[in-house]
Design a protein around this ligand. Structure first.
Ligand code: ZN
Length: 333
């Protein structure tokens, strides 16, 4: 009996090999086409797509930056009790145990180093964090880190039928966020230091999981990220901002800039503002003296995913918006 169990476990580990990201709960319906309703929890009165990542809220004009994953297990009072597990090996960087401080309620952020990229997973609306879990602690993929719940500080509570874990995969914009926030947003209280939601930019975890599921061992997070559709390209007249140091794997070499010296970076942004390609540029390649310059807009992508409003068309030409300018200020601070 013991032998058979051991064999079974070997079998499972063979199947799991190559999966960089694991699902954060036992709900696996995401891998069964047509079963999306069993995986995603919609907002009241809407279809399952409102529980996915992207411009899926408020008629497409509001972002939902993660996946709302349906609960599978309940106690006798109907409360969710699904264990929530780490999606990948990593370490704990933030635990918010004060539910009233966030619309995420009780939540955990883990840091992972995958394919040369620092990526942050976030698990929200938890009932409780696993006893003893501490910031700085190392975590293995599939380690239980919490129990699912319904915590949030929103006026409209998460009803039991909508019980879910909100799951994100994020890039960190700037580890000097807390200092920037004080100066840039003086009236706004910041309860979460550099772990403020404004400092985390999400990519679509569903797309990541499906790509990985399809490609198996060939899946590369870096390849996935650099293949994202861009909504625009911008030039920033800054050379040594933290993002460049944190994400060297996203830099596309430019021999001219290496020869003449780097005057700034050209950035490709996803509709959600994630800089996913950084090209060093020489002064001779840049005409404008502006600190931030919009270089191009992918109108098809902008029409498809307009909810972050990074660019706006005035008359016949496109401009950066107040939102994207603020994002670039934070990025280069
Ligand atoms: Zn959510």
């Amino acid at each position: 009996m013991r032998m058979r169990l051991a064999l079974l476990m070997v079998g499972l580990s063979v199947v799991a090999r190559g999966d960089v990201f694991l699902l954060p709960t036992a709900n696996r319906a995401i891998y069964e086409p047509g079963q999306e309703e069993k995986f995603f929890v919609p907002t009241p009165g809407k279809t399952w797509t409102s529980g996915t990542f992207g411009c899926v809220r408020t008629e497409g004009w509001q972002i939902h930056e993660g996946l709302d994953i349906r609960c599978l297990q309940r106690d006798k009072h109907g409360e969710p009790i699904d264990p929530v597990m780490a999606t990948a090996d990593g370490s704990v960087v933030y635990i918010n145990i004060h539910a009233p401080l966030s619309n995420y309620g009780i939540y955990i952020i883990l840091r992972h180093q995958i394919d040369g990229l620092e990526i942050y997973s976030l698990y929200a609306h938890l009932e409780e964090v696993r006893a003893g879990l501490k910031v700085g602690q190392s975590i293995k993929a599939s380690d239980v880190i919490a129990m699912m719940g319904r915590t949030s500080n929103t006026r409209q509570r998460i009803t039991p039928d909508r019980a879910h874990v909100h799951f994100e995969l994020n890039f960190l914009v700037n580890d000097r966020y807390a200092v920037w926030h004080k100066i840039a947003l003086p009236g706004e209280h910041n309860d979460h230091g550099e772990w403020n939601g404004q400092n985390l930019l999400g990519i679509d975890p569903w797309a990541v999981l499906l790509a990985q599921h399809k490609q198996g061992d060939k899946f590369s997070l870096r390849q996935f990220v650099v293949s994202q559709p861009e909504v625009c390209r911008v030039f920033v007249r800054h050379t040594a901002f933290p993002y460049v140091k944190r994400y060297p794997a996203l830099i596309r070499p430019n021999p001219l800039a290496e020869k003449e010296g780097v005057a700034g970076y050209e950035l490709a942004l996803t509709f959600n503002g994630v800089p996913f390609e950084l090209i060093p540029r020489a002064a001779s390649e840049i005409k404008s003296k502006a600190r931030f310059q919009l270089l191009s807009v992918n109108e098809a992508e902008e029409h498809k995913n307009p909810c972050r409003r990074l660019v706006i068309k005035r008359g016949s030409h496109w401009e950066l918006t107040a939102h994207s300018t603020e994002l670039l200020q934070l990025l280069t601070y």
